[in-house]
Design a protein around this ligand. Sequence first.
Ligand SMILES: [Zn+2]
Ligand SMILES: [Zn+2]
Length: 399
Amino acid sequence: MAPDGAGRPKETGLHIAAPRPDSWMQVTPKGLYCVPGDFYVDPARPVPRAVVTHGHSDHARPDHEAVLATSETLAVMRARMGAERAGRRQQALHPGDTLTRDGVAIRLAPAGHVLGSAQVVIEWRGSRVVVSGDYKRRRDPTCAGFEPVACDAFVTEATFALPVFRHPPAEREIQRLLESVRLFPDRAHLVGVYALGKCQRVIALLREAGWERPIYLHGAMLALCDLYERLGVRLGELRPVPAPEKRGGGGLLAGEIVLAPSGAEATPWVRRLAEPVVCAASGWMRVRQRAKAKGVELPLIVSDHADWDELLLTAAEVAAPEIWVTHGREDALIHALAQRGVRGRALHLIGRGEEDEEPEAGPSAVQPGAEPAEPPAAEQLAAEAAAQRQGGAGGPDAL
Ligand SMILES: [Zn+2]
Ligand SMILES: [Zn+2]
């Protein structure tokens, strides 16, 4: 830690305007770059110095020279990409602590997205930019809740930035899953989840709802659940899905809940399960056609991203005169912000996707043939929004 002061304007008795945020935080092909601090936030390519908001693969990339992140995010990175690729030098910054270098102060604030996720609060010469990474405002028993930080420019995602996206309470979706388990005791329930964050949140919510039986995991889920446990998140008894006793055998785990990467239901692996009810826990399950196209019988709208209301609430709370949108449905959000007197700006950062949907979890987890990630067609969403406005069957309750 270096002493601050280099960047502070001198006291002259005159008001010295703080620099404009876009004069010192810039969009480059490698990602968002802090000029005076000479570092990137969530860079898309290897860089000398990276600050990483969280462990999802569209934010945490391998092979940086130096990585600054929460200790949990550093642990996630080591678990996912191996210690040797998770940054030649790793430095943990405890949320709330401030690191000052070259007159730039860096602090991490909880983002409520997954374990270890943090917003990066960057301050230079009286100008403050907050890079939120991915975030949500709902309670999540597996990670610290989002903390709004007032700033001059707030950098947000816009994955679910359409009025049609209003996530129902996750607890209610978990009740729907448990109801289905009661209704179909002869079938296994196979829930497609993202391996980092969603998997552990669904498990924790099941435990809170009173599900005490062992929860069965696809092999791709094991390492990160193990890491969460080691980092103090209690998940109860977890077991790997057993292999069938004889070749071609099946009929396993009737009445049980199994978590697997989305796409696993389309692989031979699934044949071992007793008549699986295919479920998926994702914000995209709000889009009925999407659930249908993926063969999801029981869509569960559980998202680790802010929905439309949360995006606007957050914009109001951070009170930033300008909001920069990294990726997603930026048009709708920027329009809504303009109506509220906030200047929106689309950054079009490359390499950001919706890990909610990405068939990840390691090369062996999902066989070829799993669908690639793709955002929902705008027309499809607009049609659903229209149906909702007309009080049609398109409302979330109909799912
Ligand atoms: Zn994420
Ligand atoms: Zn992301």
